[in-house]
Structure formats: structure tokens, C-alpha cells
Design a protein around this ligand. Structure first.
Ligand code: SF4
Ligand code: SF4
Length: 264
């Protein structure tokens, strides 16, 4: 009967007459074998002489170069145009929200930093073009790694990233930004949602960019339902409408305090 056991490999034996370096004990450094040759070129006599002060050459050569230290936070350095900073939830030109609550951004996020709940638009509460809008939207900036996968996943370009990098909060909960904190500011010509879509348009027209501002019919609807709305023509104005969310306000105050401290 054949023997199927694996043959046992014997450890390599030193050549006859060759000295073997003793094995280092615990705490000792292994001594190279006799046949060892270093790959580092040996220094010349002059190099050996100046080697101890050679390192100062780097210091001296940099002493006369212009200073490149950023004076942050006294001077805020501009970022590159495509820098991945804080997120923003965008609006269409008439003020309706671009987010449709599809959750694709949340599914794309590798850090599980986004939480979205969608809801149905109704005639009395039309917040975005089409059927659905994002009723709850949260980004946890303790988790976000600013990879940008969420904005790539967004089908309506509702979610983009700003260049803002000053993110700080006094508590862990204070690092979770809500929808109100993330919404883009209302601009001239926009009416605060909810309000109906521009007459005779579909959500596809919105996606194609054919809506360029709010219409008198939309203003009339807002006047009927919210006569005090600051975005109405003759209303209190955009400053009154663009009130930052609670988290954004606390974070802005925290950053301002840290900046002031850093200037001392
Ligand atoms: S930038 Fe990356 S980590 Fe941050 S929320 Fe988007 S997908 Fe998640
Ligand atoms: S931000 Fe974009 S991807 Fe995320 S829920 Fe809204 S529409 Fe969908």
C-alpha cells in the first residue's frame, strides 16, 4: 500500500566548515552573517567628515524662502473650486425644493451618514415638482467622510457640496444637520415652498431648467395661504426668510467663538 504522508522537509544545513552566527536572545539585535554585503554605498572621507552637520543644509536652504504658513483662522484660505465641503439642498428658480426624497443619497453613502424620509406632495403642500419631496433630511457630520458619493447618486442635483469647511459643534447631537440647516438660501425671484408648480409645467420641465422664476399665479396662491410670507413681492424680504436652522446657527456661533479665540 502506498504511503500518502507528506515528506518532512529538513531545515537547511550550513555548508561544511562555515561558521553560523548564534541566534539572538530576547532583547538582542541579530548580527549579520559573515557573507552579508550592505547595498548602501560607503561614504568618502570628506562626506564622513561633514555628515554630522549635513542636516543643517536643509534648514539653511529654507531660511531664506518665503513663509508659506496659512494664518488661519485670522485669514481664511480659499479652497480649490471642487473642494468637498458641507452639503447643500438646492432649490429650483421658483423656490420649490429639488429633493424628491428618493433616498438614493442615503443608500450610496458608505458611512451611513444620511437619513431621509420622503412624503407625498399634495395640492396644499407642494414642496417639490412631481409626486414626492424629502420631508426629513439629516446628515451626521460625525460620520461623513466627504467622499461625495451621495451627490453623485442624486438624480435631481438636489444635493451638492459647498466649499465650507468650518464645521464644529458643542455636542454630538449638534453635528447632525437637519433639512432646514442644509437648504440653500432663497434668492431673488423665489417664493418660499410650499406653493404650486408653474402653470402648465411638469417635473420634467423643471429638470430641463425651463422654469426660470416664480409666476404671478404662484404669488397669488402664496398670498392667499400665507399673506405674511416674507418672500412675497412687498414682503419682509429675503433676510427675514433665510433664517438658519437651529444646528447651523449653533455651529456658526461655535466656529465664530473658536475663530475669535484663535486670533488672540
Ligand atoms: S460625502 Fe460621502 S460620507 Fe459624506 S454623506 Fe456623502 S456619501 Fe456619505
Ligand atoms: S438629495 Fe437627491 S438622492 Fe437624496 S433623497 Fe433628495 S433627491 Fe434623492
Amino acid at each position: 500500500m502506498a504511503d500518502h504522508r507528506k515528506p518532512v522537509r529538513k531545515p537547511a544545513q550550513p555548508a561544511k566548515g562555515k561558521a553560523v552566527a548564534p541566534k539572538p536572545r530576547a532583547g538582542e539585535v541579530a548580527v549579520p552573517d559573515e557573507g552579508y554585503t550592505s547595498l548602501i554605498e560607503p561614504r568618502g572621507a570628506l562626506s564622513e567628515l561633514f555628515a554630522p552637520v549635513g542636516g543643517f543644509g536643509v534648514t539653511l536652504s529654507n531660511m531664506f524662502r518665503p513663509t508659506v504658513t496659512d494664518q488661519y483662522p485670522s485669514e481664511k484660505a480659499p479652497t480649490k473650486p471642487r473642494y468637498h465641503g458641507r452639503h447643500q439642498l438646492n432649490r429650483y428658480a421658483d423656490g420649490l425644493e429639488k429633493c424628491i426624497g428618493c433616498e438614493l443619497c442615503a443608500w450610496a453613502c458608505p458611512a451611513d451618514a444620511i437619513y431621509v424620509e420622503g412624503a407625498d406632495n399634495t395640492p396644499d403642500n407642494q414642496r417639490s415638482p412631481g409626486e414626492r419631496y424629502g420631508s426629513v433630511y439629516q446628515i451626521n457630520y460625525l460620520r461623513c467622510i466627504f467622499c461625495g458619493l451621495c451627490i453623485e447618486a442624486c438624480p435631481t442635483r438636489a444635493l451638492t457640496m459647498t466649499n465650507e469647511y468650518e464645521l464644529a459643534g458643542p455636542t454630538r447631537a449638534g453635528m447632525i444637520w437637519e433639512k432646514q440647516d442644509l437648504l440653500a438660501p432663497l434668492r431673488s425671484g423665489m417664493l418660499q415652498a410650499p406653493h404650486p408648480m408653474v402653470e402648465g409645467t411638469t417635473d420634467t420641465d423643471y429638470y430641463h431648467g425651463t422654469v426660470t422664476g416664480s409666476t404671478p399665479a404662484q404669488a397669488a396662491w402664496v398670498t392667499e395661504h400665507r399673506p405674511d410670507d416674507p418672500t412675497l413681492p412687498g414682503g419682509a424680504g429675503l433676510d427675514a426668510a433665510n433664517v438658519p436652522g437651529e444646528t447651523a446657527a449653533v455651529m456658526a456661533a461655535t466656529v465664530a467663538a473658536a475663530t475669535k479665540q484663535g486670533k488672540r
